[in-house]
Design a protein around this ligand. Structure first.
Ligand SMILES: NC(=O)c1ccc[n+]([C@@H]2O[C@H](COP(=O)([O-])OP(=O)(O)OC[C@H]3O[C@@H](n4cnc5c(N)ncnc54)[C@H](OP(=O)(O)O)[C@@H]3O)[C@@H](O)[C@H]2O)c1
Length: 226
């Protein structure tokens, strides 16, 4: 299997590179030119294509011939970074390719997610501050996901909970809606978020699903997994 990781140099991206190499996949990574050195540990084991992830020509080159594309959706700047990235991946990946996108719990597809007041306030503040400083465009991550949900590609949008570092605890558990009791602990190891993303490449039951994940050893997961 040949896969592309868009946003390979970030924390989530590097964990995904490692998981993919562990599975024997051929890996192509896209990252900003200034971040190429963050992939030094992998440079002999993967192909690195430097460039902005919303540069359509870069994405076209990177996803050609790939069976799967793992995309770290990030809303940096006010340049439609998320939607530009997602659109390019959907436009240029081969139709049979599995497309896995990362985002947070704030994304909802059917409006049936139930958010705490604290969560809603924090997201609203983050969106306003990000927009004010022209640093983050949270609305554009929402727009990216809206376009993905409308697409007939083989997509999965993985919604990460709050993240922490640490050794792997295993594949996270998931549920369809925020507010489901199994997700209550709201914590996932970043290395396991990456594991879920890579594992989704071969999970047909996740096609056109929007799984919200939580660490498999968190109290809510342990209490409700059965
Ligand atoms: N952080 C959380 O608590 C959290 C919670 C839930 C879900 N998520 C989701 O998890 C995914 C990864 O997020 P993360 O927070 O863990 O960060 P991360 O893995 O470190 O990824 C950040 C990405 O953004 C890129 N980036 C940073 N600054 C940029 C800029 N100014 N312009 C363009 N690209 C820039 C980084 O590339 P460089 O290597 O080039 O800097 C990297 O690819 C995202 O999809 C996020 O929505 C995060």
């Amino acid at each position: 299997m040949k896969i592309c990781i868009v946003g390979a140099s970030g924390k989530l991206g590097r964990y995904m590179v490692q998981h993919a190499l562990d599975r024997g996949y051929e890996v192509v990574g896209v990252c900003r030119e200034k971040s190429v050195s963050k992939l030094d540990a992998f440079k002999d084991k993967m192909t690195i294509i430097p460039g902005a992830t919303n540069d359509r020509e870069i994405i076209k080159q990177a996803v050609t011939g790939c069976d799967g594309v793992l995309t770290v959706l990030v809303p940096w700047g006010v340049q439609q970074y998320s939607s530009g990235t997602a659109q390019a991946v959907m436009d240029y990946a081969q139709p049979s390719a599995r497309l896995i996108f990362s985002c947070g719990w704030h994304i909802t597809r059917d409006g049936k997610d139930v958010y705490s007041t604290t969560f809603k306030v924090l997201v609203s503040i983050a969106a306003k501050i990000g927009r004010f400083f022209r640093a983050v465009e949270l609305d554009d991550q929402v727009e990216a996901c809206r376009r993905i949900f409308e697409s007939d590609t083989k997509w999965t949008v993985v919604r990460g909970s709050d993240l922490e570092e640490g050794e792997s605890q295993g594949l996270p558990v998931w549920s369809q809606h925020i507010g489901d009791p199994i997700l209550e602990s709201n914590k996932t190891r970043r290395i396991d978020f990456a594991l879920f993303m890579v594992d989704a490449l071969v999970k047909d039951d996740l096609i056109q699903e929007v799984p919200a994940i939580v660490g498999c050893q968190t109290p809510s997961a342990v209490a409700h997994s059965s």
